[in-house]
Design a protein around this ligand. Sequence first.
Ligand code: ACO
Length: 436
Amino acid sequence: MPNETLTIIDNRTEQTYSIPISRGTIRAMDLRQIKTGPEDFGLMTYDPAFMNTASCQSAITYLDGDKGILRYRGYPIEQLAEHCTFLEVAYLLLHGELPTTEELENWSCEVMHHAMTHENVKKFMDGFHHDAHPMGVLISTVAALSTFYPDARNIGDPKCRRKQIIRLIGKMPTLAAYAYRHRLGLPYVYPDPDLGYTQNYMNMLWRRTEPKYAANPVLARALEVLFILHADHEQNCSTSAMRAVGSSQADPFATAAAAIAALSGPLHGGANEEVLRMLDEIGSKDRIPAFVEQVKYGKRKLMGFGHRVYKNYDPRARIIKRVAEEVFEVTGRNPKIDIALDLERIALSDEYFIKRKLYPNVDFYSGIIYQAMGFTPDQFTVLFGIPRTVGWLAQWQEMLEDPEQKIARPRQIYTGQDKRDFVPITLRGQRELAGV
Ligand code: ACO
């Protein structure tokens, strides 16, 4: 049995410390004992952007970025995408186990039962300008749900918590579809609980005058797979926002609104929208080399490439590439896929990308499918947010049940002025008079 400790010698004091190592990690608080004297605060770690710091212990998603492995609750993402429905995966993420037939039936009924929103939510959404970005609409409307469900603040009661979780998962497609139709000036379509989760979403998006909407099964399945792939991704930016805001015991709607805000950024979920804009700008295959040169000279970023954790092919991008071909069988080929495939090929054989281990991430191909299905680029990040809500809520629940978690409150290294005395306004700018 190896000695699972780290020996530290503080050269300032010549003191030696033995720090326990557990799961390849030391506890930052164990460093606090390392001091130069009684007045010393103790040693801290400095880790901007959390490059090498675990903020929690989690049993939800396993990710090995070097090997390109992603598992939910132990199940490989490839198997879940092949065999499951989205709500089955949602159940798995939240409960830890795959549901039985009966459990899945009850779970689906419960979620679909909560797809309807209060009529005033519709009125609230009507207040947005016609060209409001759907992510802005979603952030605000999800936050507004906390005013419709004041019981949600009772986060310590597991029964009440469960209700809010089901409410939000049920309502996300409805809010997203309303945001979509509001933009087009179309009347809102109420949810149809007889349909599955994605079919109902498609119904609320695209139903016109037909009495019952029937989604194309290939497209509905493609959306289901995309939802599964986006459902969780451990401690990414938006999930960390969910955990940080939730740690203050804010209600889950206000908390999820913060996570959606984090997702909207172009370096995170907003990248899928940016990829489409980039492909539009490139326009044709012959312009790819010039674009790649710009990226290499630091003038541009290759959107949809690179990842903080994956230093190998993102397994989700591999699945999405396959789904794209299935979708194109129905919709016709989106010509952007050929530009994207060529861009990937050129980038992956270039020293700049090889050296930095930059591979396509989940956002590189997803937008091309969404566009072929009829979504406009501003909807792409919304399509990410609907399924990721499940991951956020699973992580939020885990955080609340973790006795080690407290309000998130990082330390800082202060680099500002030392103590100085107040200068009356009449003396400011006269440095000598002010004694500076
Ligand atoms: N295009 C060009 N160069 C890149 C890219 C890119 N997309 N991504 C990283 N690099 C370069 C950096 O310039 C840096 O080069 P340097 O060492 O010469 O300075 C090196 O690769 C390391 O990159 P970092 O920025 O340090 O990596 P970090 O982990 O901080 O960033 C991120 C990860 C934000 C995803 C980054 O790769 C990026 O901006 N990608 C494009 C946006 C994107 O696709 N985001 C979606 C991510 S997936 C998701 O959130 C769902």
